[in-house]
Design a protein around this ligand. Structure first.
Ligand SMILES: [Zn+2]
Length: 371
């Protein structure tokens, strides 16, 4: 995994909003999920106040940026952006254009980031991660949205910064669909059947690795997604992982690969389109830095172990992610609409490999958060 230089760490640990550069303030801003309060009702009020402060800070950042260093924090298409050169300096990374004004790479001894101008698609150590906003070119400099720097990249670059003593004992596995809800159907194959077969294999692998598993369903029954998330919450799961297979429809048999989703950040658009989320906080926002780390670790393990096409870590407003009170990810392991992937989905040996990759991703997350 990635490590950050000691000097950068020191700056992070000592950052205090209002006493640093505008960029330090922005990158040091508290994350809603880090805040704890006795009940969610109280927490919600606290979060709303914090969000208000955050918005005020945001405007301060812009005005400070305008007087102190106008080129550092800029407003582009209604959002605050930071030059990637600045980001690289902050993280002691070297920046170079892979293709001038089109693709660029940031590297240091342990981490490699890749960005494409006018695209939300980025890579962290060769694994695709979708940003909430595109990287843009302004005055010859590539810029990244502050939200993406803070809420997408930083949780992956420095997991230990957030809740370092999180304990992971129990994982809720939610096999997608069931009962009257078949999920996708390709020929005689129902998604609900294959997600359950996969969930049972993942359960086996997690138990072998010393974790407890809650199966949200362990037979062909219909569970409303709200009830599924609720069951995981009530039974005190430390993580929620939903398992699905994908389809691009009969007209797109060539589309293949794996995707892993985390909950869309407040006020940002989801990866696959639709309108931006509002700023109303949901249970899934409590752990936003962890949601993306969990999704990233699962996606990385699947891509590296299965060699499947990397369709990336994505953001979506799935109900099961929105309602999860602990870190949550949703896996779309492969495309049923791709004949070769459908063959593998049915293959018990490949199913075991997929399950092992997902379990390894969960274990790698567990190691990173110290649990
Ligand atoms: Zn599904």
């Amino acid at each position: 995994m990635l490590h950050i230089p000691a000097a950068a760490w020191a700056r992070l640990l000592h950052c205090s909003p209002g006493q640093n550069s505008p960029i330090d303030d922005a990158l040091c801003a508290p994350e809603p999920g880090d805040w704890r309060s006795p009940s969610f009702g109280v927490r919600r009020v606290v979060l709303a106040v914090l969000l208000g402060i955050g918005l005020l800070l945001g405007s301060a950042i812009v005005s400070d940026g305008a007087t102190v260093a106008p080129e550092r924090v800029v407003r582009i298409a209604g959002h605050e952006y930071l030059s990637l050169r600045e980001f690289a300096a902050r993280w002691q990374m070297n920046m170079r254009w892979v293709r001038q004004d089109e693709e660029l790479q940031l590297t240091n001894g342990t981490a490699k980031l890749w960005f494409k101008v006018n695209s939300q698609k980025a890579e962290v150590d060769d694994i695709s991660v979708f940003l909430s906003f595109p990287v843009v070119l302004k005055a010859g400099e590539a810029h990244i949205a502050l939200r993406d720097a803070r809420d997408v990249l930083m949780p992956l670059l420095s997991p230990a910064r957030y809740k370092p003593t999180e304990k992971i004992r129990t994982v809720a596995l939610f096999a997608g669909h069931g009962g009257k809800d078949n999920g996708y159907q390709v020929g005689p194959e129902f998604e609900k059947r294959h997600t359950l077969l996969l969930a049972r294999e993942v359960r086996k692998k997690l138990i072998e690795r010393g974790l407890k598993v809650i199966m949200i369903r362990d037979d062909d029954r219909y569970v409303q997604v709200e009830d599924g998330a609720d069951a995981g919450n009530r039974r005190r799961a430390d993580l929620h992982v939903s398992l699905h297979y994908n389809s691009a429809g009969p007209k797109n048999p060539e589309v293949q690969g794996g995707e892993t989703y985390c909950y869309t950040l407040p006020g940002t658009p989801s990866t696959n389109g639709g309108s931006a989320r509002n700023n109303r906080l949901e249970p899934g926002d409590r752990n936003s830095s962890r949601n993306i780390l969990l999704a990233y670790e699962i996606q990385k393990a699947m891509v590296r172990q299965l060699g499947s096409n990397d369709r990336g870590v994505r953001h979506a407003q799935f109900v099961v992610l929105k309602l999860a009170e602990k870190p949550a990810a949703l896996v779309e392991a492969a495309f049923m609409s791709n004949p070769e992937e459908m063959r593998r989905i049915k293959d018990p040996v490949h199913r075991q490999r997929t399950a092992r990759a997902i379990a390894d991703g969960i274990m790698s997350y567990k190691r990173l958060v110290g649990g």
